[in-house]
Design a protein around this ligand. Structure first.
Ligand code: MG
Length: 425
C-alpha cells in the first residue's frame, strides 16, 4: 500500500476548455459539435443536466438548444491539444511517474505519506491545475489501474467527494464495487460484458469474485489481469513512455459532397501532408499507404472505396507519399458519385533510426537529401507559425467545401494575436 496508482481525468474536457477561454459561457449549458458541425460530441455538465443527449445530429436539436439558451461550439482540436499538453506537463511535475493515456486522462504513481492519506495532496493538485490551467479535474486513487478508474468514477459521481476518491483505504470495497456495472470496468469491452452478463455477472464485485478458471478459459491472461486488478493485485503497471503509434489516420467530412477527381486529389493531398508531418514528428517511417472515400451511407447509389500501396523503401518524405497517394486516388474515384468523406491511413510504421537506402544509386541519395531538407524547412516554418503556413500547391482546397466550423471559438491559446488584451488604469 506504499505506492498508490492515481488516475486523473479532465471533467467534460472539451467543454471545460471552451469555458476556460470564454468566461461568458462558464457555468452555462454548452455543447461541442463533431467535425463539419455534424453531431453533439461533448457537453458541459449543465447541458447534460438539461437532458441534451450525446451523439444527436445538431440540426435536430438546433431549435431546442436556442430555447434553452445553450451555447454551441465547433470542435477546436488545436485548443484541446494545447490545453492537454499544459495539463500533462503540470501533472508530470507533481506525480512520481506519469503515463498519458488520452487527451484528458493520465495514470500516475505516488508514494503514500506516513499517515497513508493522499487527500491533501490530491486537493492541492486539483487547486493547482485549476489555478494554472483553468480546468477542473477528478482524481481517483487505488491499488491498481482498474481500481483507480473505478475510484475516479466514484469521485465524479458523488458530489461530497469533491472530485477526489481513494478506494484503497477502504478495506471492504464490496459496497462500491457493487455499484459499478460490469461494462464500466476498465478493459471490459462490449463482447466481454455481454458474455459476463449472460453468466449473471453484472457488476465489478461479481467479476472480482467469479471463478478465475471460467474467465481464463474464455479470455485468457487479459481477463485474469482485469480480475486480479479488481482484487488489488497490480498487473498493468504505469508506463511512462507511451508505445509508438502503429498507424496514423487523417480523415474529414466535407461541408458538401464533391464529385470531381480534382477535388478528391486536393482533399487527399491535404490529409497526406497533415499525416506525413505527424509521422516525422513521431520520428517514424511508413511502408504502406491506404486512402479511402465514401458517399453518404443512406444515399441510393452508396459507394465506398479504398486502395493500398506497399513501398519497398520506408519513407517519411511528403513528396514520395503524395506521389503514391495520388496514384491511389485515381483507383478509388468513380464519376458522378457524391463523395462526403475521404481520408488517408499511414500503415506499417517503424522508427526512423534504421533506415535502408539503396547504396548504389548516388543520384537517389542526393535527391533524398534535398527532399529531407525541404520537409524540415516546411515543418519548421509551420511549427513556428501556423500548421498550414507553407504547403504544397496540390493541396489547396476550395474554402467552400472545407469542413464546416461555423461556431469555432475565436480566442486561441496557440496564437499571440488571438489572446485578449487587458487594459488597467
Ligand atoms: Mg474526461
Amino acid at each position: 500500500m506504499s505506492k498508490a496508482i492515481i488516475q486523473i481525468d479532465g471533467n467534460n474536457f472539451y467543454a471545460s476548455c471552451e469555458q476556460m477561454i470564454d468566461p461568458s459561457i462558464k457555468g452555462k449549458g454548452l455543447v461541442i459539435l463533431s467535425n463539419n458541425d455534424g453531431c453533439i460530441i461533448a457537453r458541459s455538465s449543465e447541458a447534460r443536466k438539461m437532458g441534451i443527449p450525446m451523439g444527436t445530429p445538431y440540426f435536430k436539436l438546433k431549435k431546442k438548444l436556442k430555447q434553452l439558451n445553450i451555447a454551441v461550439r465547433s470542435s477546436n482540436y488545436e485548443l484541446y491539444g494545447d490545453i492537454s499538453n499544459r495539463l500533462m506537463q503540470l501533472l508530470r511535475k507533481n506525480c512520481e511517474e506519469l503515463e498519458i493515456y488520452s487527451i484528458d486522462e493520465a495514470f500516475g504513481t505516488m508514494k503514500r505519506p506516513k499517515d497513508k492519506c493522499l487527500y491533501q495532496w490530491s486537493s492541492n493538485l486539483r487547486s493547482l491545475v485549476y489555478q494554472n490551467i483553468g480546468i477542473p479535474i477528478s482524481i481517483g486513487i487505488g491499488e491498481t489501474k482498474v481500481l483507480s478508474k473505478i475510484s475516479n468514477h466514484i469521485a465524479k459521481k458523488i458530489e461530497r467527494n469533491s472530485g477526489i476518491f481513494d478506494i484503497s483505504i477502504i478495506e471492504n470495497k464490496d459496497y462500491y464495487l457493487n455499484q459499478i456495472e460490469v461494462d464500466k470496468v476498465w478493459g471490459v469491452g462490449k463482447k466481454m460484458s455481454i458474455w459476463l452478463k449472460g453468466r449473471g455477472i453484472n457488476n465489478a464485485r461479481e467479476l472480482r469474485d467469479m471463478p478465475s478458471n471460467q474467465i481464463n478459459r474464455k479470455y485468457g491472461v487479459v481477463g485474469i489481469r482485469i480480475q486480479n486488478e479488481l482484487k488489488g493485485k497490480l498487473c498493468i503497471p504505469v508506463k511512462e513512455i507511451s508505445s509508438a503509434k502503429k498507424e496514423i489516420c487523417v480523415s474529414r467530412s466535407f461541408a458538401y459532397p464533391i464529385d470531381t477527381l480534382e477535388e478528391l486529389n486536393q482533399a487527399i493531398c491535404k490529409y497526406v501532408l497533415i499525416a506525413s508531418a505527424k509521422l516525422r514528428r513521431n520520428n517514424q517511417l511508413l511502408s504502406a499507404i491506404k486512402i479511402f472515400t465514401t458517399t453518404n451511407i443512406n444515399s441510393k447509389d452508396f459507394y465506398k472505396s479504398e486502395a493500398t500501396i506497399q513501398l519497398n523503401i520506408p519513407t517519411s518524405n511528403s513528396k514520395v507519399i503524395l506521389e503514391q497517394s495520388l496514384k491511389l486516388t485515381r483507383k478509388i474515384f468513380k464519376p458522378y458519385r457524391k463523395l462526403i468523406k475521404a481520408g488517408v491511413i499511414l500503415h506499417k510504421l517503424q522508427g526512423n533510426q534504421y533506415k535502408q537506402i539503396p547504396i548504389f544509386d548516388e543520384r537517389s541519395i542526393q535527391e533524398k537529401f534535398r527532399h529531407k531538407t525541404l520537409d524540415n524547412i516546411i515543418d519548421n516554418i509551420n511549427k513556428r507559425n501556423k500548421s498550414d503556413t507553407l504547403s504544397w500547391g496540390s493541396s489547396t482546397i476550395k474554402k467552400e467545401w472545407e469542413p464546416r466550423r461555423e461556431k469555432l471559438s475565436y480566442l486561441k491559446t496557440t496564437k499571440i494575436e488571438r489572446i485578449p488584451s487587458v487594459f488597467a488604469n
